[in-house]
Design a protein around this ligand. Sequence first.
Ligand SMILES: NC(=O)C1=CN([C@@H]2O[C@H](COP(=O)(O)OP(=O)(O)OC[C@H]3O[C@@H](n4cnc5c(N)ncnc54)[C@H](OP(=O)(O)O)[C@@H]3O)[C@@H](O)[C@H]2O)C=CC1
Ligand SMILES: O=C(O)C1=N[C@H](C(=O)O)C[C@H](O)C1
Length: 300
Amino acid sequence: MTDTSSATTSADDRPAPGVAGSSSTAAAAVADAAAAASSAARPTAAGRDLTVAVIGAGGRMGAEAVRAVEATPGLRLVGRYGSADELGDLGGADVAVELTVPAASPGNVAHCVERGVHVVVGTTGWDEARLSTLREQLAAAPPAATGAGVGVLIAPNFAVGALLMMAFAAKAAPFFESVEVVELHHPAKVDAPSGTAARTAAMIAASRAEAGTPVPPDATTSDPDGARGVSVDGIHVHSVRLRGLTAHQEVLLGNAGEQLTLRHDSFDRTSFMPGVIAAVRAVADHPGLTVGLEHYLGLD
Ligand SMILES: NC(=O)C1=CN([C@@H]2O[C@H](COP(=O)(O)OP(=O)(O)OC[C@H]3O[C@@H](n4cnc5c(N)ncnc54)[C@H](OP(=O)(O)O)[C@@H]3O)[C@@H](O)[C@H]2O)C=CC1
Ligand SMILES: O=C(O)C1=N[C@H](C(=O)O)C[C@H](O)C1
């Protein structure tokens, strides 16, 4: 595994404030990709700013999202909500950004959908059962204010590098006998494995199944305490929680005599913001449920 001792960002390393509070190059690249993949007007087709509410606004990601929305031309923050607040009409928002905890996220998203508000969801914990319920809720939802269907994006990771790492992993997986995922996060994270790791493993498994690749070799016959991690669709995932880290992942791919390692590091939560903003702008153009920001960016 690569040394991560320098995986923190000092204040001096932070990008100057700009679009979405991130490097203008990264922000522009992601925004351009989203714009190319959608007809999202900026501001709205009605000629006004797109209104945005942030649910979980006091959290690590929520606070960063509030800053990003406020710094982005064409977007107007109309509501910020925490666990003690009634969501109500979400301040009349066109789009809600949902960044809370796995236990609260489905209820918050349902509240938005029932009111015709598009939702960009970064919260983890969206397993198949939850997605299936959400599909039913979307089918029964009233249209959004524009008259089109409500759009919901479930995005396990908003960072463009993480999306590419996942896509590269899925592409490489059938060419290797062995593959395992190691995710490394800050110790305040409440869920394991990470949503990104679970989705990466699912993408790897699907890619190998489609190619007819055999299951990875593993002679383990005794593992009473789960030292081999968890199996997601047959792919082993390992979780590290370490002070000093933010969000990191390695995909290890092995053949006899060779190894390919794919690694992504989010050193700072600003890395997620260009993706959040691109998703906010594009979600209304994608009615129904979409899982994975890559589908908005043409990376699929
Ligand atoms: N998709 C992505 O790229 C990323 C996703 N994440 C995910 O986003 C989620 C949030 O992460 P993070 O910001 O680090 O977590 P935090 O614990 O810092 O923040 C969670 C926030 O959710 C709020 N909250 C809890 N319950 C509710 C509720 N019912 N209604 C409204 N707000 C509520 C809390 O508010 P209060 O203090 O009022 O209780 C808290 O401020 C996690 O699931 C994480 O895995 C994180 C980073 C990137
Ligand atoms: O909790 C976090 O921090 C993160 N959560 C998401 C996940 O579980 O994959 C995305 C990123 O890894 C940061």
